[in-house]
Write a protein that binds this ligand. Structure first.
Ligand code: CAA
Length: 293
């Protein structure tokens, strides 16, 4: 069945080589997913050799785990490993049919990445962004070919979360959108079309909820108490465990973007700001009073 709002699948272009921009946790997870499901070469880059090596090592270690669990045979594991390569040189994106950026959530950085990619890839190559909250239309606005830009927003942990938000920007054309849906289908993800609005749908709702939980903690409720109190509402994991999984810097960025767009509806927690300013990514600790730090 065609997803609501998706164009005719026959408009999709073949994807025979994929690029991922970045080699951090999200980017590495995406590189593995694309290689495993599309079975095409996947190239990734980052700003230095160390980051690239770390990303590739993570992919190889995950493939080993999948093999140990019996999810991949030895042959399949070797094939997936050989499909993922990396470099600091963006010219490796030449020949890609789709490049997905998963770099720092800064509009200027993402625009710069896309502008550089336009000098390397063909005019038809789909340029996708994994942004959690930024405007895909603004990201595409300075490009020669904004019609090939689309949002492909995945969730953490990428291998198990079934949803992907497909974001149609103002000028995204049908072929690009159809390619995005076709790729999501091959990745075995449930793709939904969402409007190019701040934080799209999932993070808009999740951030409002997380904001209220954080406000309770900022007002004195111990973290563990807040976690225990809301878990039975049907959540798959406690909110502060989720915060650690997503990463405080990403969560803060989404909250700030939404606060800017809708100041009366979104809360930016001073404790979260302190945590990020102290540069403690992924580390949510609390003192004897149950307060952060
Ligand atoms: N990383 C990778 N894989 C993980 C994982 C992690 N942190 N945690 C669990 N898994 C895997 C397990 O290995 C297991 O895989 P296999 O079946 O291959 O063995 C699978 O997930 C299920 O694990 P469990 O049965 O142990 O645990 P569970 O049933 O509690 O599910 C969960 C784990 C899927 C993470 C679940 O707790 C959950 O859905 N949590 C909520 C996650 C969420 O809301 N993510 C969205 C965050 S927002 C976001 O990411 C967007 C953004 O832009 C900020």
């Amino acid at each position: 069945k065609r997803p609501v709002g998706a164009p005719d699948a026959s408009l999709a272009r073949p994807v025979t080589k994929v690029g991922i921009v970045g080699a951090g946790l999200m980017a590495s997870q995406l590189a593995l997913l694309f290689a495993r499901r599309l079975l095409v070469p996947v190239v990734l880059t980052d700003i230095d050799d160390e980051r690239v090596a770390k990303g590739l090592a993570w992919v190889r270690a995950e493939v080993d785990k999948l093999q140990a669990k019996g999810r991949l045979s030895a042959d399949q594991a070797n094939r997936v490993k050989s499909l993922v390569t990396g470099s600091t040189d963006k010219s490796i994106y030449a020949g890609c049919d789709l490049v997905l950026e998963a770099v720092f959530e800064e509009m200027k950085v993402k625009q710069q990445v896309f502008a550089e990619l336009e000098t390397i890839v063909s005019d038809e190559c789909v340029l996708a962004t994994n942004t959690s909250s930024l405007s895909v239309t603004t990201m595409a606005s300075k490009l020669a070919h904004p019609e090939r830009v689309v949002g492909l927003h995945f969730f953490n942990p990428v291998s198990v979360m079934p949803l992907v938000e497909v974001v149609r920007a103002e000028r995204t054309d049908d072929a690009t959108l159809a390619t995005a849906f076709a790729v999501a289908k091959t990745l075995k993800k449930n793709a939904i079309l969402v409007k190019d609005a701040p934080a799209f749908v999932v993070n808009r709702v999740l951030t409002r909820f997380m904001g209220e939980v954080m406000r309770c903690v900022d007002e004195g409720t111990p973290v563990e108490v807040a976690d225990k109190a809301v878990l039975p509402l049907g959540l798959p994991m406690p909110p502060f465990v989720l915060l650690q999984l997503v990463g405080p810097a990403v969560a803060l960025h989404v909250a700030e973007t939404l606060h800017e767009a809708f100041p009366d509806r979104f809360y930016v927690s001073p404790n979260l700001q302190r945590l990020v300013a102290a540069n403690k990514p992924g580390l949510w600790s609390w003192n004897e009073q149950g307060q952060p730090f």
